[in-house]
Design a protein around this ligand. Structure first.
Ligand code: ARG
Length: 403
């Protein structure tokens, strides 16, 4: 009988390398590794050779950066989705792209199982398994890190040596890092103490305020229908645009975040993030919304942005609610077209100006000069009717604030 096939979401790091061998031993299986590039700075050189040397029969490597930015990051940006109001969700958005391809490859290869290298107490295991479960219902998810006997990195290294698995002799990084073009997530080590300030060496792609240039950089971003299309007048493809903003923002130390967050699995955890491009884009997008959206849409959007962020964070990318929210934002963001001028300086991105093709800001109504067109006399009647219910309450029931 043919051996069962397992497609493994493979990074080439210690955990997933040990995992390949461990799965061969425990499932007597044929292993196919899948590595997705989401625009991380770390090159994927040698990953294929390493997978094969570790025992895989086939190693698949694909560049998913464009799919990631266009179909995952940008819709989340248009929806203003920031988890707990601040985290642009580089990791949370990256998982469904990887899991989607993992599911597709598992189906194509006729695999029985799809395995990932997430631990048993994080959000990422949920994101992988909800997505694989939805898109490839016949494929069983495996999470060896939840099941295996190793209790430390040392034990894994020992196992790797025993089985001639190539492990890099590099000094152990005290942090757990997940990186892609939308941002970097950094946890563990000293960061587990929420009182401890993040050490400078934990950051990998942003300058400290002290090292940031003494001269600001001012940029102009154009959005069309809620999506960014150009930088300083130059039309750029989505991946290029984000890469350029990462570079500029990173140089000025923009996009650092230190966050204690609520995990889906019920615990609070502390993580730091670097997302220069995403931070600039969210700021610019919000500024443009302020002059293009009317108040009822703005108010509901704020609520739905939070819903959107929660479902992305909770691994429900491929859900009906996500589809419905996208429809809402696609419709209401059609007017979010225009430009925002942003200054990058000493760790801060600041909006300096905004203009829109269909701006709701009317200077002739807003001005306090002689050019004012606002009908001041109409205010009297407006207030009379607006205050009528409140006056009625006080007259009939008294002051609701009184004891
Ligand atoms: N807390 C973030 C999230 O759930 C990132 C998790 C992965 N972090 C890491 N350093 N590997 O989206």
């Amino acid at each position: 009988m043919a051996k069962p096939k397992i497609v493994v979401a493979y990074s080439g790091g210690l955990d997933t390398s040990v995992m390949v061998r461990w799965l061969i031993e425990h499932y007597d299986a044929e292993i196919i590794t899948f590595t997705g590039n989401l625009g991380q700075q770390k090159e994927l050189i040698g990953v294929e050779e390493k997978a094969i040397a570790t025992g895989a029969s086939k190693a698949i490597i694909e560049d998913l950066t464009e799919d990631f930015v266009v179909n995952f990051c940008f819709p989340a940006l248009r929806a203003g989705a920031l988890y707990e109001g601040v985290y642009p969700m580089a990791t949370s958005l990256g998982r469904p792209v990887l899991a989607k391809r993992l599911a597709e490859i598992a189906i194509r290869e006729g695999a029985t199982y799809a395995a990932h290298g997430c631990t048993g107490k994080g959000n990422d295991q949920v994101r992988f398994e909800t997505t694989v479960g939805a898109l490839a219902p016949g494929v069983v998810s495996l999470a060896p890190l939840r099941a295996w006997e190793f209790k430390s990195r040392e034990e894994e290294i020992e196992y790797a040596k025993l089985h001639n698995i190539p492990v890099k002799a590099s000094k152990e990084n005290p942090y757990s890092i997940d990186e892609n073009i939308w941002g970097t997530s950094i946890e563990c080590g000293i960061l587990e103490d929420p009182w401890a300030a993040p050490p400078e060496d934990a950051y990998t792609r942003t300058s400290s305020v002290a090292d940031a240039p003494d001269e600001p950089t001012t940029i102009e971003l154009r959005f069309e229908a809620g999506l960014p299309v150009s930088l300083d007048g130059e039309t750029l493809a989505p991946v290029e645009l984000v890469a350029k903003l990462n570079e500029l923002g990173g140089m000025h130390g923009v996009g650092r975040l230190d966050l204690v967050e609520n995990r889906l699995v019920g615990i609070k955890s502390r993580e730091i993030y670097e997302a220069p491009g995403a931070t600039i884009l969210h700021l610019a997008h919000k500024e443009l919304e302020r002059i293009t959206l009317d108040k009822p849409v703005m108010d509901l959007s704020a609520h739905l942005s939070q819903q959107y962020a929660n479902l992305v964070y909770n691994g429900l990318w491929f859900s009906p609610l996500k589809a419905g929210l996208d429809a809402f934002f696609a419709k209401t963001q059609r007017v979010v077209t225009g430009e925002v001028r942003i200054q990058l300086f000493k760790g801060q991105a600041t909006a300096l100006g905004r203009k829109a093709d269909h701006s709701l800001y009317d200077e002739s109504l807003a001005t306090y000069t002689a050019a004012d067109q606002f009908d001041h006399t109409a205010a009297e009647g407006f207030i009379k009717i607006f205050s009528l219910p409140l006056k009625t309450v006080h007259r009939v029931q008294g002051n609701p604030l009184a004891d």
